[in-house]
Design a protein around this ligand. Structure first.
Ligand SMILES: *[C@@H]1O[C@H](CO)[C@@H](O)[C@H](O)[C@H]1NC(C)=O
Ligand SMILES: *[C@@H]1O[C@H](CO)[C@@H](O)[C@H](O)[C@H]1NC(C)=O
Ligand SMILES: *[C@@H]1O[C@H](CO)[C@@H](O)[C@H](O)[C@H]1NC(C)=O
Length: 515
């Protein structure tokens, strides 16, 4: 009751409407952003998403409203699953039952204009300055937002390093006349960054109808947006932020690491959780970690291994075994056919029995931030999704990099070459979904073991330096988010810029109406 009257008396000055892509890696940071914005004075936030996702974020937002009295609401819109050839209720990329249907999922995201417009009609857009924060991967919603004649800030799931790489690749076309496995330097970067074509993001090497249409639209929108919002922080990649800003002329707001908004244990535990049945198991994992010395345990989570051959998965676990160190492996094989094959391989080999007590294989969701921030964790074997990479950096843990797809090879460069807080296992070639079966086994168990030693070795001087640098980034990340830190200030600037934009528009309108 008290809370309600508090929000009612609030004088709201600016309204942000947030629309994330329907995928855990995108929804979670946007929920974090909503919380950050909601904690600032006089800011109203609306998250728009599909009914299933709305339920998922609801509990999290309710808790935030209770604790901070923030003015955040969730407005659902219909997702055209069935029209796009997806099963009913399939409203996020994780729920897509098989790889072939990813095209249908992409297609559904191009059909959202009407549902979103209908939902927007239900929100009384207040007469205060308003701004849309739109996921870059929903480019067709730009036209909807434009109708309201309010500024649009693009939320990009990439960091500035990846944004600048893509920008320079796109404009130089250096990848055009090289073969798949030839090395080339990305032009115009502060560091000498070498890639092979099959490590680039899909759209540089693939030509797939629906995705291509999306890509064109994305580039076009970027030029028209008011600004770009990045889940990163100035101190992490300063030169790249500057250069990307200079080249594009965008306002680039680095406001992360967004996951640091979750200070409470409950929030950390709940982040990204799909249901609440695993609560007991969670306690169990943490108790298990309590039983190990500081920085002794490897945490391995390669996200969903949909496109990784089971034989390769086996090599990773045998590498973990060979390290003779305690480990947690989160093993998610969504493809039923491959899951069967992998389980057969695991059984035949008997590795799970052999590592019992020392190795924990978890087949399902885990509270990643809680685990990463546990003192027992000494290294993070990651697929280098930016979400996870940043969580690793923020926890001060050295990274063992095993990129799979998307821009994950770029993030590997950030960890290994820019920050020097990571070591690569040695994956050469992206496992995008169309090349999966041709990719075979790229990395043997020995390489996995070697990489683990390079970051965890007790005696090795370079290992020590890696760990020390990793620890320093934890401090830098936390500082950036504190009051007065660079990310804190960038968020303040963003809010001020939106207000300013409206003041100027009102003045313009006034001067026009004078005779
Ligand atoms: C992002 O991180 C959360 C843990 O904080 C995890 O549950 C989620 O699956 C991650 N998403 C992706 C796409 O990696
Ligand atoms: C690639 O080759 C084509 C045809 O020879 C040429 O027109 C194009 O300029 C080349 N691109 C680059 C980046 O060198
Ligand atoms: C973000 O903060 C940095 C460092 O304080 C500053 O240099 C930069 O201009 C800010 N970005 C924007 C878009 O205002």
């Amino acid at each position: 009751m008290a809370m309600e009257s508090c929000t009612m008396t609030k004088k709201l000055e600016v309204h942000f409407i947030l629309i994330p892509l329907m995928s855990a890696g995108h929804v979670l940071p946007i929920v974090d952003l909503a919380k950050l914005l909601g904690r600032r004075n006089n800011v109203k936030v609306t998250i728009m998403t599909t009914p299933v996702n709305a339920v998922r974020v609801g509990a999290n937002i309710d808790r935030e409203i209770q604790c901070c009295g923030s003015s955040i609401s969730v407005q659902p819109f219909r997702f055209p699953s069935v029209e796009a050839g997806l099963p009913e209720g399939c409203e996020s990329s994780e729920a897509v039952p098989c790889p072939d249907l990813m095209y249908n999922f992409a297609k559904a995201t191009t059909m959202l204009q009407k549902p979103v417009e209908e939902a927007l009609e239900k929100i009384v857009i207040p007469t205060i300055p308003t701004c849309f924060i739109l996921d870059k991967n929903l480019p067709f919603l730009f036209d909807v937002a434009k109708k309201f004649k309010v500024p649009i800030i693009i939320s990009d799931a990439l960091n500035c390093f990846s944004l600048l790489c893509n920008h320079n690749l796109f404009h130089s076309k250096v990848y055009e006349n090289v073969s798949e496995s030839e090395s080339f330097v990305v032009p115009g970067l502060p560091h000498r960054i070498v890639f092979k074509k099959y490590q680039l993001q899909e759209y540089f090497s693939m030509n797939v109808g629906e995705f291509n249409v999306l890509r064109e639209k994305v580039w076009q929108n970027e030029g028209e947006a008011f600004g770009v919002l990045v889940n990163s922080f100035q101190e992490l990649e300063e030169e790249y932020v500057k250069e990307f800003t200079r080249l594009t002329g965008h306002k680039v707001y680095c406001v992360g690491p967004l996951s640091l908004v979750n200070k409470e244990h409950k929030d950390k535990a709940q982040r990204g959780k799909l249901d609440s049945k695993e609560e007991e198991e969670e306690g169990e994992y943490l108790r298990w970690l309590d039983s190990w010395p500081a920085t002794s345990v490897i945490f391995a989570n390669l996200g969903s291994l949909t496109f990784v051959p089971p034989g390769q998965v086996m090599e990773i676990i045998l590498g973990l075994e060979a390290s003779k160190r305690p480990f947690i492996w989160v093993l998610i094989m969504r493809d039923a056919h491959k899951r069967k094959e992998l389980n057969k391989l695991l059984k035949e080999d008997g590795v799970e029995e052999r590592v019992k007590g020392r190795g924990l294989i978890i087949r399902g969701w885990v509270p990643q931030i809680l685990i990463l921030s546990h003192t027992a964790i000494g290294a993070f074997l990651t697929h280098c999704g930016w979400n996870s990479t940043l969580e690793g950096i923020t926890s001060g843990v050295p990274l063992i990099t095993f990129p799979l797809t998307a821009e994950q090879f770029y993030n590997e460069k950030v960890a290994v070459q820019l920050l020097e807080t990571g070591v690569r296992v040695g994956v050469e070639k992206a496992m995008h979904f169309e090349v999966e079966d041709k990719s075979g086994i790229q990395v043997r168990r020995e390489k996995v073991k070697e990489a683990i030693e390079k970051v965890m070795g007790e005696e090795d001087e370079e290992s020590k330096r890696i760990r020390e640098r990793a620890g320093n980034y934890r401090e830098k990340a936390n500082k950036a988010m504190e009051k007065g830190g660079s990310s804190y200030l960038n968020l303040s600037l963003m809010i001020e810029d939106i207000k300013q934009h409206f003041r100027r528009r009102v003045e313009d309108d006034d001067s026009k109406s004078e005779p």
